[in-house]
Design a protein around this ligand. Structure first.
Ligand code: C2E
Ligand code: MG
Ligand code: MG
Length: 765
């Protein structure tokens, strides 16, 4: 009865093992393959054991038991092979495994020969109630113990391998090996118990079978799944993004480490004690932003801990089951604070002037447009400021003090500005302020500016801040044009000491248009020969002509002749005057060369040098080249400079004069008495000639006083060995008076107006 039951169990085992082996065989990985091979050996062992249990004939029992013992060797060997593959030691143990195969093969032969030689065991017929007669192995021989020893070695090896791997591997993977280790231990323990009980039926096979099923389950199904769970949750836990899950009721069921850190950074959420606050926050968010049908939504939140702003970007995803029923919400959050701060920083740099910390030109313009569009019905004014001779501030007080002026202006603006005002630092010493007209009061600005001006005064200099105001009439007008208009207004008062604020009007605009036309047409006029040289005679008191001054004339077909007073300052401002000067110098040199040919080297031509020329050309080399090209005496090309050139870099300019004089040029100081004139300066400038302009004397009301002034200038110049010429002489009376004062020469309408070259030659040569 028991025997039949046992056989039944064995049969069921075979079917199960075979089925399992076939299923596993389909899997291609090495572990599955090693398990399915093991299963085939088990099937063989079961069959031999079943035959042994059933056999009534001794020789059949003998054969089947011998082969059963051999199959146990192979079973353990394949178990070891599985362990080697599972622990991934295949390569390292390759040779050892081959050796074991050989031993197992030899063992099989030795055991297989037992029916012939009975050297392993003998069989004894026994009787037991419930089982009946059965064969039982007795009097084991030496080879049996070798078989036993080999089996133990294999078992120990399997153990050692799994144990070694369990210890060696990292914590996460430990379970993968320990679980198999326990299985093997259980098999061995049960097997040992079975052996020691010496039951008529060997239960070890059952142990092996059940053990192997356990191994399959753990190594192919349980471990991989639990491993991936562990790895996944570790990955989520350690991820750089904050991850959280909320259930349907809004309860937080999971939040990873990063998520906790992000919330804790805010200081508001004490996550370790209580998730409630965060749940409330999330519930609030859901209510405000989440619709029932939403699948996913991203949003960024600016949160603060009271001192610093944090920017978090969240994505909320709906979690649903297969039937699309809501399971909860999955949230991932990224900390974008650093990017945000970097952006803020870059934005600040791009929009602010680093020196003063207020808006730069570009951003100022942008902000003005924004503000004007925001309040289209409020009239606004644009105010621009400019410092007169700011370069001088740097020269006299140092660049640092210069920067200080700029910072002060910015500071005053900041103090004065209200919410709807926009102000910025445009370039260099230029600022702009845009504010509602109703609040603008020039006096307030003046007070501010005077305060700053007072800080920068010395005996030679007083800082002058000029302001131009433009009332914005068209908010679509480009902001740079508004500022240009303010600057036009400033230009008008730039040289007027008493005026600080100038309001833009249309007249200024028209004037500017004219200026633009001059600038645009200038090059064309030069090329077309519309600009020519006129000559004005310079004479002795008796009217003897000894030279002439070259004066430019622009013949503009439609508008007639343009006077130099109209275009010279414009060209100076536009940085084009050097083009005119070089052109006239060359015409003069050309003429002198002609005069030289006809033996009139006694005549000179005086040419004007603008104080702006030095910024564009090397005056000395240009003049030297001209003289050399036309082979004229430099003495005959007389150079007229104004004292204004000595306002800055006195040393350098004195050096230039010296250089020119050493080469042979003669220098005349033009328009003495106007502008910056200072008698004091005369003693330093070693000029050859002093030109006094009658024109500025006309303005003086008291004729007697002006005569006294001219008289003393003439005597001073004479004392300094200068040749004195008065220009603008219009009457005989003037001539007589100047003659009495000791003036050497004259230039003026009294003798001749400036005339075309051919006319000059006809009349005076
Ligand atoms: P400037 O060099 O002082 O030239 C003398 C100016 O006085 C000339 O004016 C001349 O026509 C004018 N003038 C001469 N005699 C009399 C007179 O009796 N009464 C009156 N009311 N005026 C008289 P212009 O030709 O209009 O030139 C004006 C200024 O333009 C010149 O003053 C000079 O500074 C500048 N300029 C003329 N041509 C050139 C040039 O080629 N280059 C440069 N850089 N400046 C020039
Ligand atoms: Mg002149
Ligand atoms: Mg002059």
């Amino acid at each position: 009865m028991i025997r039949t039951m046992y056989l039944g169990v064995l049969f069921v085992m075979i079917v199960l093992v075979f089925a399992a082996a076939t299923v596993i065989r389909k899997r291609e990985d090495a572990v599955s393959k090693s398990i399915s091979s093991l299963f085939l050996v088990i099937i063989f062992a079961i069959i031999t054991n079943a035959v042994f249990v059933m056999s009534e004939v001794e020789i059949v029992a003998m054969w089947s038991h011998s082969l059963f013992l051999a199959s146990i060797d192979w079973l353990l060997l394949f178990m070891l092979r599985y362990s080697v593959v599972y622990t991934e030691y295949t390569n390292r143990l390759d040779v050892a495994m081959k050796l074991l195969y050989v031993i197992a093969a030899v063992e099989t032969v030795v055991l297989g020969l037992n029916p012939f030689f009975h050297h392993v065991f003998l069989l004894e017929k026994r009787e037991a109630s419930g089982i009946g007669t059965f064969f039982s192995p007795v009097s084991y021989g030496f080879p049996f113990y070798i078989h036993l020893g080999f089996s133990y070695i294999l078992v120990v090896w399997i153990f050692a391998l799994l144990l070694y791997k369990t210890i060696k591997t990292t914590k996460v993977y430990r379970k993968k090996y320990s679980v198999i280790l326990y299985c093997v231990a259980v098999i061995v323990i049960f097997d040992a118990i079975g052996l020691s009980l010496n039951l008529p039926i060997d239960i070890s096979l059952l142990c092996y079978c059940l053990g192997c099923f356990a191994v399959v389950y753990f190594s192919l199904y349980y471990v991989p799944r639990s491993m991936s769970d562990t790895i996944l949750s570790t990955a989520v836990q350690m991820a750089d993004v904050g991850v959280g899950c909320f259930d349907v009721s809004g309860k937080c069921i999971y939040i990873n480490q990063r998520g906790r850190q992000m919330m804790q950074r805010l200081g508001r959420f004490h996550i370790d004690e209580d998730l409630g606050e965060m749940e409330t926050y999330f519930a609030g968010w859901l209510e405000r932003h989440w619709n029932e049908n939403d699948e996913e939504k991203s949003f960024a939140e600016k949160l603060t801990d009271g001192t610093r702003e944090f920017v978090y970007e969240f994505t909320v995803q709906r979690l649903s089951d297969e039937d699309d029923e809501l399971l909860g919400y999955f949230i991932n959050g990224k900390d974008r604070t650093e990017e945000y701060e970097k952006y803020q920083d870059e934005h600040y740099r791009a929009t602010h002037d680093m020196l003063t910390g207020i808006y730069n030109e570009l951003y100022f313009e942008e902000k003005v447009v924004e503000t004007l569009n925001k309040y289209p019905d409020t009239p606004y004014v644009m105010i621009a400021s400019d410092i007169k001779d700011f370069k001088l501030v740097n020269d006299l007080f140092g660049v640092e003090r210069g920067d200080e002026v700029l910072k002060l202006i910015a500071q005053m603006f900041r103090k004065y500005a209200r919410e709807d005002d926009v102000y910025g630092h445009l370039v260099k010493d230029r600022f702009a302020f845009c504010m509602p007209k109703e609040r603008f009061g020039a006096d307030v600005f003046l007070r501010i500016m005077n305060e700053i001006e007072d800080m920068f005064v010395n005996e030679y200099f007083r800082l002058q801040i000029k302001m131009g105001v433009y009332e914005i009439t068209d908010i679509q007008e480009p902001v740079f044009l508004m500022i240009d208009k303010c600057n036009l207004a400033i230009d008008r008062i730039m040289d007027v000491y008493a005026e600080q604020v100038s309001i833009y009007d249309e007249q200024l605009f028209l004037e500017q248009m004219d200026k633009n036309r001059i600038i645009n047409e200038f090059e064309g006029a030069l090329a077309a020969g519309d600009i020519t040289m006129y000559l004005q005679a310079q004479t002795t008191a008796e009217g003897k002509v000894f030279g002439a001054e070259a004066l430019a004339r622009w013949n503009r077909s439609k508008d007639g002749f343009l006077s130099p007073d109209e275009f010279v300052p414009v060209l100076e401002q536009a940085g084009l005057i050097w083009r005119l000067d070089m052109y006239i110098w060359e015409l003069a040199a050309q003429r002198l060369a002609k005069w030289k040919e006809i033996g009139r080297e006694d005549l000179h031509i005086s040419v004007n040098i603008s104080s702006q020329d030095q910024y564009h050309i090397d005056i000395f080399s240009v003049l030297k080249n001209i003289v050399e090209e036309y082979r004229i005496n430099p003495k005959n090309l007389r150079l007229e400079i104004t004292e204004s050139i000595f306002v800055t870099e006195v040393e350098r300019h004195l050096q230039l004069l010296k250089q020119l004089q050493e080469y042979g040029f003669e220098i005349a100081i033009d328009d003495f008495g106007s502008g910056y004139s200072s008698l004091n300066m005369l003693k330093d400038i070693t000029a050859n000639e002093l030109k006094i302009d009658m024109g500025f004397l006309h303005d003086v009301k008291d004729a007697r006083r002006s005569r006294t002034v001219v008289g003393s200038i003439i005597s001073l110049a004479k004392e300094l060995d200068m040749f004195v010429l008065t220009e603008g002489v219009e009457t005989e009376h003037q001539l007589e008076m100047l003659n009495q004062m000791g003036c050497d020469a004259y230039q003026g309408f009294y003798f001749s107006k400036p005339v075309p070259v051919h006319e000059f030659e006809e009349r005076f040569m």
